[in-house]
Design a protein around this ligand. Structure first.
Ligand SMILES: Nc1ncnc2c1ncn2[C@@H]1O[C@H](COP(=O)(O)OP(=O)(O)O)[C@@H](O)[C@H]1O
Ligand code: SF4
Ligand SMILES: [Mg+2]
Length: 368
């Protein structure tokens, strides 16, 4: 086929009902670049402990022999939000949507690909390991699996004393008292000090992990599914412990979970993720009572509501979650959305603030 004919055929297949996917993609990329540039010169919000702007994290799946990436997985795609001191932000979404990667990129356990991460007003996105060292105590993470995250050959006392010693949190002669006190605050008996992790149940081990994270007096704690591996009967105890420690220590949490009942209980704000993007973000009340995005509506329709007047009709999502390597064009949710229209298949919806602090990315709402 001649080059001209090929071009025409290509354009025809890309043009559907007046939309040209190539030019829509170019427009979206140009809009994103302009927004990044405009936002990058704004000063950080002095009231926010954490401010994330246009954060991307791509994983390179394949590269050429010269190191040029040829296959990327977009795990976190253009995420922006603010979190204030003492608040809990719940991050929800199906498995694989990028919750853990978002948490790890913020803590710089993954190097962000693009974007800004302001912690206490400083953009740490480009910080090198050495620059991060003094910040490590301020930002901690609690993992899902308390079984694999504790060293088996160290006593609880050693596990908790080590970070206190390394970071000089208290003078040497006060370390033991400091650790025993911390153990008490985390519901651990003082005689556990000499014991080993394998002697404890999952719930007790998670208390040890929490104590270890808090031993260095952090400001921000990313809790990555901290109760998902525990018996249901233990989950409430750990959640309540996290809540009371937050109050007594003035902690700020990013609480990642796929359990919407847990998130509802613990969060002040909620961010809903789908295929690496934040599709809705807002105060808990706004998200639970006035969810705007069809994905949020579907997710939350599955949570039992104790108030019979507020019972929602269950929205069942069909279809598989697409691959983040090759996400659908336009709105990434259009392949599963019960309210999708033609525009959704071609044009990326803008992430916009529709009421103070309530952000949504969906064509059902005005885009300009
Ligand atoms: N180190 C990695 N290398 C390549 N892909 C990864 C890596 N970590 C996570 N991913 C991929 O990134 C996407 C998001 O993963 P993750 O952040 O773990 O999701 P979630 O925590 O929401 O389940 C998934 O498709 C996952 O397979
Ligand atoms: S933009 Fe369209 S496909 Fe996406 S959530 Fe909104 S209605 Fe559904
Ligand atoms: Mg995860």
């Amino acid at each position: 086929m001649a080059e001209e004919e090929l071009k025409t055929a290509q354009t025809e297949s890309e043009e559907t009902q007046g939309y040209n996917d190539v030019s829509e993609a170019e427009k979206a990329a140009a809009e994103k670049a302009a927004a990044i540039e405009a936002d990058s010169v704004l000063p950080p919000d002095p009231d926010a402990l954490l401010e994330v702007r246009h954060l991307d994290k791509d994983f390179v799946l394949k590269k050429t022999m010269f190191g040029k990436p040829t296959r990327l997985l977009h795990a976190v795609d253009d995420i922006s939000f603010k979190l204030h001191k003492g608040e809990t932000l719940g991050i929800v979404g199906e498995s694989g949507c990028g919750k853990t990667t978002l948490g790890r990129a913020i803590l710089k356990l993954h190097q962000p690909t693009r974007g800004q991460v302001f912690f206490e007003g400083t953009d740490i996105a480009g910080f090198k390991m050495k620059q991060m060292r003094p910040l490590r105590t301020k930002m901690q993470i609690i993992f899902q699996d308390p079984y694999s995250s504790l060293p088996p050959r160290s006593t609880v006392g050693d596990i908790l004393s080590e970070p206190v010693k390394v970071h000089g949190i208290v003078p040497k002669n006060e370390i033991k008292d400091y650790v025993i006190n911390l153990m008490e605050q985390c519901g651990l008996r003082d005689y556990y000090y000499e014991r080993y992790p394998h002697e404890f149940s999952g719930g007790q081990r998670q208390r040890i992990c929490i104590a270890r994270a808090l031993a260095v007096k952090p400001e921000l704690v990313v809790c990555d599914e901290p109760v998902s591996a525990l018996d249901v009967s233990i989950q409430a105890q750990i959640i309540n412990l996290l809540k009371s420690l937050q109050k007594s220590m003035g902690l700020t949490y990013m609480f990642i979970s796929h359990d919407l009942s847990v998130v509802r209980y613990i969060s002040d704000k909620i961010g809903v993720m789908y295929l690496g993007s934040m599709v809705e973000f807002g105060d808990k009340k706004a998200i639970y009572e006035r969810a705007m995005h069809p994905y949020t509506q579907a997710l939350f329709s599955a949570v039992p509501n104790p108030d019979p007047d507020k019972k929602m009709k269950r929205i069942v999502l069909t279809g598989d979650i697409p691959s983040p390597v090759n996400p659908p064009k336009g709105c990434k949710f259009h392949t599963r959305c019960p309210r999708a229209t033609e525009i959704c298949k071609h044009v990326v919806p803008r992430y916009k603030e529709y009421e103070p602090g309530h952000f949504v990315a969906c064509h059902l709402y005005p885009q300009d």
